[in-house]
Write a protein that binds this ligand. Structure first.
Ligand code: PEP
Length: 257
């Protein structure tokens, strides 16, 4: 059985004080009985602070972005080796805001994915279609293309060390999540594509998170789907009581058994 994960993408939010308050409240709300992985992705400048606050706790800390380059003359960039050096264990690559607002194409995302693996961290690869692509029945082709770019560079074995987040662009930050059936269908298609090309082993163990307006209201339905291994969460990850509701939904044993 795949272990569920709830990962909070804080985006460009927070201050030192609000981060501390959020994490302290979260630490009080987390139950040791929940068999789930928890990760937070603060802005770069707060990663060290956050690592200190969660030291000794079962909360992984990751980065929202990374340079595709090795350390060198790249003003303003942060290398994977630096994130590893700090203590990060995960890095988000290919988030739709990076693809859309900063022009990261499949090739750049593939290089970032490879850089994260080379630094011995876990890439969280975001894939997902726009509304126009969904309306044109291109969802499966789009997510397959985004995944394929990474596989061509890093190989199938890389998936054993990665997490995929299916994040339909139209659902991110809109308050309109995919239905559990929609999410399940895309996750199943990704898994089937991987199984068909490379055999069932990697496909069966690969964690595929859903992201896009996950909230305490939508999480129970989404996370109850066999195909949905938890969530990558933006807005709701900034509110401790919402996060604990999501964690409880991801940990709920009955539907996932
Ligand atoms: C995200 O940005 O990864 C995300 C899922 O955001 P939200 O939960 O706010 O839709």
């Amino acid at each position: 059985m795949r272990r569920p994960m709830v990962a909070g993408n804080w985006k460009m939010h927070g201050t030192r004080a609000t981060n501390k308050a959020l994490l302290n409240e979260l630490q009080q709300r987390i139950s040791e009985d929940w068999a789930i992985d928890i990760a937070v992705f603060p802005p770069f400048v707060y990663i060290s602070d956050v690592l200190r606050i969660v030291e000794g706790e079962a909360i992984a800390v990751g980065a929202q972005n990374v340079s595709a380059e090795a350390p060198g003359a790249f003003t303003g960039e942060v290398a994977a080796a630096m994130l590893k050096d700090l203590g990060c264990t995960h890095v988000i690559v290919g988030h739709s805001e990076r693809r859309r607002l900063y022009g990261e194409d499949d090739g750049v995302v593939a290089r970032k994915f490879a850089a994260v693996l080379a630094a011995k961290m876990t890439p969280v690869l975001c894939v997902g279609e726009t509304l126009e692509e969904r309306d044109a029945n291109q969802t499966q082709a789009v997510v397959a293309r985004q995944l394929d770019a990474v596989l061509r560079m890093s190989g199938i074995a890389s998936l054993a060390k990665a997490i995929i987040a299916y994040e339909p662009v139209w659902a991110i930050g809109t308050g309109l999540p995919a239905t559990p059936q929609m999410a399940s269908e895309v996750h199943a298609s990704l898994r089937a594509e991987i199984a068909a090309r490379f055999g069932p082993g990697v496909a069966a163990t690969l964690r595929i998170l859903y992201g896009g307006s996950v909230s305490p209201a939508s999480a129970p339905g989404l996370f109850a789907e066999e195909e949905v291994d938890g969530g990558l969460v933006g807005n709701a990850s900034l509110v401790a009581k919402d996060v604990s509701a999501l964690l409880a939904a991801a940990a709920a044993p009955a539907p996932r058994a």
